[in-house]
Design a protein around this ligand. Structure first.
Ligand code: 5GP
Ligand code: MN
Length: 341
């Protein structure tokens, strides 16, 4: 971190702190936030984690989960409470997102809040809104960056098993279980340190990957047998899911997570896309191999972004016209998608 001494001074005495992460948080978003919360509380701060939406039930085991202020469309009360806390906070940590629009309804509150903003993130092309930044696209996870910060502050001794499990979860999932190309020696070193500090790799893996509902597993089966399409001339696979289909399988938040990876598991496929109806908008998930940048595609055509090989986006037209738009842009990328690198 560039101005470590400045941050050290800022958190040197007890503060009111908000930790906020992106809409529909994943394990890295929530794990890094709760890990940081655990650490900051040990230093005597008053800390609240706010999420702009609900999140999957396979994250509810994380220590501190019961205290998260999770906004949901069903209730206006937490939104007002969250906005009041944001406006009164001394410090606002923004974790695992690089652009304020990813916190949806809370964007304005955070932008206008007088508290000092601290960004900890690993996504491409960050918006310039924070006073302190720990931003590193070479880091596989935000959780790894939180650990790095604690280390740089010389306070690794404060990391207990609860904090370690939260941070380990972020590293494990954002590397796809230590399989993606972002898995470097550094990720193993941090995971190893966290394990030494009490993280339990098999428990975290079980909680996140192996606590499916039967309906979710059946949704996966349905997707693989009925919905996965391959366009071999573009080395591309895609899945399109209607709200009706999601309803049919009693789909809950998080049930679609990971489906996009199946496309990439097909030999020769370089680009995989999942698109589905998420109430007011169409959500897209992109994954790629090698040099093909889904960040560029998501940013240019689907109001999104992320990482080179994993990005997301949204569309405000129908599912069918979103698919047509996606199909219509593929020729632009055909050379890249069929080259051998
Ligand atoms: P996922 O497809 O799993 O939702 O997201 C893949 C990656 O892209 C994650 O790092 C996620 O934070 C990011 N991402 C997902 N949706 C969006 C979006 O709408 N905008 C931006 N900028 N990034 C996104
Ligand atoms: Mn992340």
């Amino acid at each position: 971190m560039k101005n470590l001494q400045g941050l050290k001074a800022l958190i040197g005495s007890p503060r009111h702190i908000i930790v906020i992460t992106h809409f529909k948080p994943d394990a890295d978003a929530l794990g890094s936030s709760l890990g940081l919360m655990g650490f900051l509380r040990k230093k005597g701060h008053e800390v609240t984690v706010i999420t702009p939406s609900d999140y999957p039930s396979f994250l509810s085991w994380m220590p501190g989960n019961e205290e998260v202020l999770a906004l949901s469309h069903d209730s206006e009360v937490p939104a007002e409470k969250a906005k009041a806390l944001i406006s009164k906070a001394d410090i606002i940590f923004c974790l695992d997102f690089s652009s304020l629009k990813r916190i949806e309804d809370l964007e304005d509150s955070v932008r206008k809040a007088p508290g000092v903003k601290v960004l900890i993130d690993h996504h491409l092309e960050p918006e310039d809104f924070a006073t302190f930044e720990l931003w590193d696209v070479a880091s596989a996870s935000t959780a790894g960056l939180v650990f790095q910060l604690i280390e740089e502050l010389g306070e690794k001794n404060l990391v207990d098993a609860d904090i370690a499990n939260c941070l380990y979860a972020g590293i494990m999932t954002d590397t796809g279980g230590f399989r993606h190309s972002n898995t470097t020696q550094k990720e193993f070193l941090i995971a190893s340190e966290l394990t030494g500090l009490g993280a339990n790799p098999s428990r975290v893996a079980k909680e996140i990957y192996d606590t499916n509902s039967l309906e979710r597993l059946k949704l996966t089966g349905f997707v693989l047998s009925q919905k996965l399409q391959v366009l071999s001339q573009y080395n591309t696979a895609y899945i399109m899911l209607t709200s009706q289909e999601l309803k049919q399988f009693g789909s809950q938040t998080g049930d679609t997570e990971g489906l996009v990876n199946y496309g990439l598991s097909i030999k020769g496929i370089k680009l995989s896309v999942l698109m589905y109806d998420r109430k007011n908008e169409i959500k897209l998930s992109f994954r790629s191999l090698g040099n093909f940048s889904v960040n560029e595609m998501a940013r240019k055509y689907f109001e999104g972004g992320g990482h080179k090989n994993a990005s997301g986006g949204t569309s405000h037209t129908s599912l069918e016209s979103t698919l047509q738009k996606f199909l219509s842009i593929l020729p632009e990328y055909q050379t890249q998608l069929t080259s051998t690198n």
